[in-house]
Design a protein around this ligand. Structure first.
Ligand SMILES: N[C@H](CCC[C@H](N)C(=O)O)C(=O)O
Length: 277
């Protein structure tokens, strides 16, 4: 069968977006891995599926699969592209709508300037919510990695995140500590690993080694995770500008039980059609 798709990105975090309202298809894990492969497939960080809602108060179901074929709970850059996509495809006449994800509901709003504002839900720090193996909720946990004692914060944005503070993101040990922490046994569902450089209370630089992908040019939930941990530690104040390798996001969080809001761009690159074997 031929599958229609749209290639999109949020700050260089790139996606294959598939409308499963106007067409029917089922993609196996192995097919997703093949499609994600950059030399031999379409090439993307995540596959985003647009599906009808299963709950009466939702407008859509938003499903996310990493390049390794694993389905995950949330994707912030993908949420902005999802919003742009359903409006451009005329799957909704609304400019603000709610989508269900494995990690919980998100509210998406497309502004007149084309930027998308997402209610990313409430950050959860309790180890059981991340999940992270620890006896108590701490601002900083410590793990032994090889001969290093690593200090990190942990938080769930629906998906699991570790956040490390570094002096200089450009020289941060992303390729070394990223994979080691991503699959550390203290993270039963693995983790996305953020390396945060604090430039001021309202500005950080960030690199993220993503679960199921590796380092990406940007990570929306990673930006939320870094800002949530920084504000909770008293090092940041809302709003925070997050500079990633692919560009900038604006994060707002009033703390504690408040929702985290993320604002940024969403771009379409091309439309395509591919034969599924
Ligand atoms: N790799 C993430 C999913 C995508 C997150 C990222 N692309 C974003 O924009 O939030 C995970 O396994 O939880």
């Amino acid at each position: 069968m031929l599958l229609n798709f749209t290639k999109m990105h949020g700050l260089g975090n790139d996606f294959m977006v598939v409308d499963l309202i106007s067409q029917r298809a089922y993609l196996r894990d192995e097919q997703i891995r093949q499609l994600a492969d950059r030399p031999f497939g379409i090439g993307f960080d995540q596959l985003l599926l647009v599906e009808p809602p299963r709950k009466p108060d939702m407008d859509f179901r938003y499903r996310i699969f990493n390049a390794d074929g694993g389905e995950v709970e949330n994707c912030g850059n993908g949420a902005r592209c999802f919003a742009r996509f359903v409006i451009d495809q005329r799957l909704t006449h609304k400019r603000e709508f709610k989508v269900e994800t494995l990690g919980g509901p998100l509210t998406l709003r497309v502004d007149d300037d084309g930027r998308v504002r997402v209610d990313m839900g409430t950050p959860r720090f309790a180890p059981a919510d991340v999940p992270f193996v620890a006896d108590s909720d701490e601002l900083l946990h410590h793990l032994e990695i090889g001969n290093q004692r690593v200090a990190l914060s942990v938080v769930s944005m629906g998906n699991p995140h570790a956040v490390l503070q570094v002096d200089d993101v450009d020289s941060a040990p992303v390729d070394d500590l990223g994979p080691s922490l991503q699959r550390h046994p203290s993270f039963p569902r693995q983790a996305n690993v953020g390396f945060m450089q604090i430039d001021s209370p309202h500005a950080i630089r960030l690199r993220v080694y993503e679960r199921g992908v590796g380092e990406t040019l940007a990570c929306g939930t990673g930006a939320c995770a870094a800002v949530a941990c920084g504000i909770r530690r008293g090092l940041l104040q809302s709003p925070v500008e997050v500079e990633l390798r692919g560009g900038r996001l604006t994060l707002e969080w009033a703390g504690t039980e408040a929702a985290m809001f993320m604002t940024g761009p969403a771009e379409r690159v091309f439309e395509g059609r591919i034969a599924l074997n």
